[in-house]
Ligand binder design. Structure first.
Ligand code: ATP
Ligand code: MG
Length: 257
């Protein structure tokens, strides 16, 4: 079943120099898929995620999430939709510094006036599952980057969203921490059929997905599916990246270079 259907999606920015960022993009994501999005810097990856995350409106075209067009929602409905149906993971974690790890993970449920005892139970179970229990009382500045990102993923997962949108979730991490974060995402995808759309510059990160969509200059350039062999998938990703052009550092994190 398609969880996300993107149809002729276009996004322009006005301003002093108007830019056409997304140019009639079409693609579909099936429920339970783990899809990576790659493309040179400035190709529109973050813009695409922001539009799909309803943080920004498309200029034309639309997308259906679980069969519904969020553009039909009122502002209040949209805020609830975003909280309940989507999970966001950002490169810089976006944890709230005054709150503890547990409070950060609880936050989406608190905002939804979830029953406190039920919310506590849910958070405790998730922290145990993700190996975060020992960090419960810490604040974000007391965490390593990898820990902070795993906490932010827990926060994104707490509502069991239909779609997880991750924008370079491993962009600030060394290869060990990046591996932990990707394992966590891959596990949630495999064991809980979480649907994930992840932007990354890093071919190793992308090779954890089942499909990679490449965009260039706001257009779909190519897509690759994981076959029987993940190494071959990785090699194929490298090949498309080399065809895509762009500067080398656009696609490779320094620690993995
Ligand atoms: N709010 C905005 N107003 C005007 N132009 C914008 C805005 N946000 C992004 N852009 C432009 O849109 C284009 C795409 O930006 P976007 O952030 O989506 O790229 P990206 O693929 O995520 O790049 P990176 O890999 O560097 O993160 C760029 O040319 C950028 O300058
Ligand atoms: Mg970006």
């Amino acid at each position: 079943m398609a969880i996300l259907q993107v149809q002729q999606l276009t996004k322009n920015y006005g301003g002093s120099v108007p830019v056409e960022v997304l140019k009639k993009i079409d693609f579909t994501v099936e429920s339970g898929e783990f899809v990576a999005i790659m493309g040179p810097s400035g190709s529109g990856k973050t813009t695409l995620l922001n539009v799909l995350g309803t943080l920004d409106a498309p200029t034309s075209g639309h997308f259906l999430l679980n069969g519904t067009d969020p553009q039909n929602y009122t502002k209040e409905q949209l805020a609830a939709f975003r909280r309940q149906e989507l999970g966001f993971v950002f490169q810089n974690y976006n944890l709230l510094a005054p709150l503890t790890v547990k409070e950060n993970i609880l936050l989406p449920l608190t905002l939804d006036r979830y029953d406190l005892a039920a919310a506590e139970e849910k958070v405790t179970a998730l922290m145990t599952e993700l190996g975060l229990s020992a960090l419960a009382a810490k604040r974000s500045y007391e965490l390593s980057g990898g820990q902070a990102q795993r906490v932010s993923i827990a926060r994104a997962l707490i509502h069991e969203p239909r779609l997880i949108l991750a924008d370079e979730p491993t962009g600030n991490l060394d290869s060990k921490a990046a591996g932990d974060v990707l394992e966590l995402l891959a596990q949630q995808n495999k064991n809980k059929q979480a649907t994930i759309l992840m932007v990354t510059h890093d071919p190793i990160s992308a090779s954890y997905a089942q499909r990679v969509i490449f965009i260039k200059d706001g257009l779909l350039y190519n897509e690759l599916y994981l076959g029987a062999d993940r190494r071959e998938f990785y090699q194929n990703i490298l090949t498309v990246l080399s065809q895509l052009g762009g500067r080398r550092h656009d696609f490779t994190q320094p620690h993995l270079a």
